[in-house]
Ligand binder design. Structure first.
Ligand SMILES: C[S@@+](CC[C@H](N)C(=O)[O-])C[C@H]1O[C@@H](n2cnc3c(N)ncnc32)[C@H](O)[C@@H]1O
Length: 241
C-alpha cells in the first residue's frame, strides 16, 4: 500500500465516528448537491448487482439496498466497513483497496464511486478494475470534484466570497478539514486528467452532469447556495462498458 493510501486509511479509521456523525447530520455538499443528483441518475437498480467503491459509512450502500439492488461495498478503512456492515447487514462488505477490486470479472451491473476516486493520484488502475468487474454493457457512475473548481481558490472580493482560478493545469494535492482534526488529502484533476482515463480504461462516456444544489437549501444555506449555483462543486460521469 502506498504512503498516501495508508494516510487515508488511518485517517478514516481514526475519525470514523465524527465523520459519520457529520454525514448523518447532513453536510451541505453531500445532502443538497451530491445525493439528490445521484438519486436522479441511479434508478432502476431493483434486482441488479451494484458495487459501492469507497463506501464510507454506507450512505449509498443503504440507499441502493433500499431500492432492491444486491449491494457489495468496499473501503480501505476497516472502521468504515464496520459501520457500513452495521447500517446495511444485507450488503456484502469487504476491506479492500479500489486498485484491486476483490471480485471476479463480469460480476456487476453497476460500479459506483461516490466521492472516493479523488483519493487516488492515478485513477486508471481502479478504472480498469471497474471495467473488469462489470458485465458487458454494465454502467459506471463516478461522482467527484469538478475540475473547473479544483484549481480555483476561494477569496474575498469586495466582501463577497468568490472563486479565482489559481492553478488549473497543475494536478494538485488538495488538503482540507473534513471534521475538526481530520485533514483529508485529495488529488484533484483537470478535465483531461479526469475524463481520458475513463475512456482509456475502455469505457464509453454517456453523460456528464454538473449538479447544482437543491432549491430547498436556499433559505438555510444562503451563501453556500449562491456559491454553488454560480460555480460547480462536483461532476458526475456516467459511462458504459
Ligand atoms: C468522502 S468518503 C465517501 C463515502 C461515501 N462514498 C459517500 O459518498 O458518502 C471517501 C471514502 O473513500 C475511501 N477510500 C479512499 N481511498 C480508498 C482506496 N484506495 N480504496 C478503497 N477505499 C478508499 C475512504 O476510506 C472513505 O471511506
Amino acid at each position: 500500500m502506498d504512503k498516501n493510501t495508508k494516510y487515508t486509511k488511518d485517517l478514516y479509521n481514526k475519525h470514523a465516528v465524527a465523520y459519520t456523525a457529520s454525514i448523518e447530520k447532513g453536510r451541505f455538499y453531500n445532502k443538497y448537491i451530491d445525493m439528490p443528483a445521484i438519486k436522479k441518475i441511479i434508478t432502476g437498480i431493483k434486482g441488479k448487482k451494484v458495487l459501492d467503491v469507497g463506501c464510507g459509512p454506507g450512505t449509498y450502500t443503504s440507499y441502493f439496498a433500499s431500492k432492491g439492488a444486491t449491494v457489495c461495498a468496499i473501503d480501505i478503512s476497516e472502521e468504515m466497513i464496520k459501520l457500513t456492515h452495521k447500517k446495511v447487514p444485507s450488503a456484502e462488505v469487504r476491506v479492500a483497496d479500489m486498485n484491486k477490486i476483490p471480485y471476479p470479472s463480469g460480476a456487476f451491473d453497476l460500479v459506483f464511486y461516490g466521492l472516493s476516486i479523488h483519493y487516488l493520484k492515478d485513477i486508471l488502475p481502479t478504472l480498469k478494475e471497474a471495467y473488469r468487474v462489470l458485465k458487458n454493457k454494465g454502467r459506471l457512475v463516478i461522482s467527484t470534484g469538478n475540475p473547473a473548481i479544483n484549481g480555483a481558490r476561494l477569496v474575498d472580493i469586495n466582501g463577497e466570497r468568490m472563486f479565482v482560478m489559481e492553478n488549473y493545469f497543475g494536478a494538485m494535492t488538495e488538503q482540507w478539514q473534513m471534521v475538526p482534526g481530520m485533514i483529508v488529502k485529495n488529488y484533484t484533476k483537470n478535465i483531461a486528467g479526469l475524463i481520458n482515463p475513463v475512456s482509456n480504461a475502455g469505457f464509453r462516456i454517456t453523460k456528464i452532469t454538473e449538479p447544482k444544489p437543491a432549491a430547498s437549501s436556499k433559505k438555510q444555506h444562503t451563501d453556500a447556495y449562491k456559491r454553488t449555483t454560480t460555480a460547480p462543486s462536483f461532476i458526475i460521469i456516467e459511462a458504459e462498458k
